[in-house]
Write a protein that binds this ligand. Sequence first.
Ligand code: IVH
Length: 668
Amino acid sequence: MNLAAARKRAGELREMIAGHNHRYYILNQPVISDFEFDILLNELQTIEKTFPELVTPDSPTMRVGSDLTEEFRQAEHQWPMLSLGNTYNENDVTDFGERVRKVLGYEPEYVCELKYDGVSISLTYEDGRLVSAVTRGDGTRGDDVTVNIRTIRSIPLRVTAPGAPSSFTIRGEIYIPRGDFEAMNAERQAKGEPSFANPRNAAAGTIKLLDPRVVASRPLDCFLYNLLGDSLPADNHYDNLMAARSWGFRTSEIIDRCSSIGEVLGFLSLWENQRKGLPYETDGVVIKVNSLQAQQLLGNTAKSPRWAIAYKYAAEQAETELLSVDFQVGRTGNVTPVANLRPVLLAGTTVKRASLHNSDQIDILGLYYGDRVIIEKGGEIIPKIVEVDMTQRTDDAVRVVFPHECPECGTPLVRNEGEANHYCPNYLHCPPQITRRIIHFVSRKALDIEGLGEETIELLWANSLIRNVADLYYLRHEQLASLERLGNKSASNILAGLNKSLTAPYHRKLFALGIRHVGETVARTLAAGFPNIDALISASGEEMESLPDIGPRISASVREYFSDPDNIEIIRRLSAAGMTFEGKAPAVAAKGPLYGKTIVVSGSFERFTREELKSLIEAAGGKSAGSVSGNTSFIVAGSDMGPSKRAKAAELGIKLVTEAEFLEMIKE
Ligand code: IVH
């Protein structure tokens, strides 16, 4: 490669890496695996090594990825939070051992731990209390997510064990156990909410949520793996972790001391399969030099310590042939490419299809029809294509191109800035979007219409008996009974089910309409705020946004839906068939326990800082104010509340509540 070609390629790689970093750390929507990411980064590193003049200070090889967001206060790490060098083969582990031995002059003891697949967190304790929990961020500064981390039960808020130093930092990995993850996704699917791709993404997204009550409802857990401080109980990593365990921290039972790299390799092969039976996801092993003094001697590079390395297990793979690609259009118009494969056995199941995620993924792979492809089962449930065997490609092979138009209705596809997906904007007239919306309308979570499932809807559609949800209510018994697969009895059942649905609760009808961004909770909020559909149809964006949790994205979508005469006609025909669109939703989920209240926080507190209490007030639907006035509903009063505020409160007869009483109020 000459300099000009290297410069061009380095530019391309930097752009791709920056995009993937953003998807991974900020959007929590990676489109490639860590393995594929490392291949890109390695290629860039190799170019920069060969042509050092191409290295730029902002090259992604110069820094660890950043998860910083704007919503949280940032906090500086007392010790930088480094990442680890990754290796994928045993030779690299042996080389690591060689490098270590060369510096130290002897073979040290190593500690092997599993590499938990979650998000790292740094917890700081002062005077035995948890005072901050900060994400890795850019390694120097991270997001202060303390309010969220306090909701994790396995993280002690106070450490009172006699041997524990009064101040220390402990780091670990936040994760969601596999079983809890599946249950959570099933629940989200049932509610019409999008599923998380894998437990890691779910954990990463959750710790950055702005409402700690939602965080508390998610099954987060944490393994601690690194103790830092000026007065540690022991001079080695292993004993320090054992001490931390005795103080009440959760550390893994799977941790071994190895007296040679040979023993380390034994640990790697032992856990390669055993780890699959664990209730949480792991993607490798972290190998650490045990002695803290030896760690100091070895030191760090700008990015990672020289005393530790991560060995990553390769995901299970198989090779097969790409037969064709379907571009599937979902209920909300998202177009998902799905590869049809020659059936092949992978990790115990026959695989016929693989997810291709989106157009970026197809471009990265450079796929051609008929390619021999390597598929992999990683954290995701559906396998994916990770590599193409170029050597087997024939000369006349045809490239897979992501369509510019909707494969179902021909409308030009749209890709919004910052989003990975293309979608078909013709949601009113694109056939699969309509049928999937009708299927949604009759589904259990929506109107739960007996006798009408996916197959029957497809059958009615194929026979041109329905074109939208209103048509369902004008079906006649003989039309249904004469269809093959249906008979008199089914026809009667369906008509009875439809009849019953006319009187379903109003908020379920709103949810059933399938308006983009209107899930179950939003539908309840809208039903509570607008007691009939005419009020909702004529509501302004501002009026909608005055309701809790309704923002411009939702209000714009609702207004767009009602601005289409076809939708108004559907509602008119549903009403003419006897469907009522009125009534108040039980406002359970819509308003927080402090809705409509203005609260002042004053003084210092046991569990939370003032700022955290203010966030909790807002999360519970209340407003926090700086000064006491006639509008103040009550004051959360700490130990040293200011005397002028106290006097004013007494004068106006405003109630003072303690921190504990306040927490009780927002417990729900
Ligand atoms: S020790 C100086 N131990 O892997 C690095 N890290 O790629 C200290 N991780 O940021 C990290 N399991 O989020 C360590 N048993 C373990 C780990 C672990 C997972 C993560 C951690 C770190 C990343 C490095």
